[in-house]
Design a protein around this ligand. Sequence first.
Ligand code: THU
Length: 144
Amino acid sequence: MSQNESSQRLSPAQIDSLRRQALAVAARAYSPYSGFRVGAAVLLEDGSIITGCNVENASYRLTTCAEQSAIASAVAQYGPSVRIQAVVITNLNDAASQPCGACRQTIQEFSSPATEIFFPAENGSLTRATIADLLPHAFLLKEQ
Ligand code: THU
């Protein structure tokens, strides 16, 4: 995919396909403590799609969110140069939810200003945001 194509907005069909893949992986969530089953589908700029779900832990704070799980898998499968074109987050609890602060910082690491982030709104639709919307003044370990 060319740079130009990758910076275009996703079509409704692409968003729906990612949402379905996020729902499918949410069914594999390990969330015995919260009962909240989250799935994330990440579309990379080369067209690859990687999914992840939340994995909880009895110590609670060791929980891995769906977004972090998907992004870690993307790096493991495709290497450190992965760039995120879009990420769709969903859950099987019919709940509105937004990426947590830690996930925003994780998404930021592999995003561009054009990266599209979708998450469940109150009415069952998806809210679209950029990383700048979600994480202004992100921590960056480099000179800008
Ligand atoms: N969770 C995610 O996986 N992603 C989010 O964006 C929000 C929260 C998970 C963490 C925990 O397993 C459960 O949802 C409840 O917080």
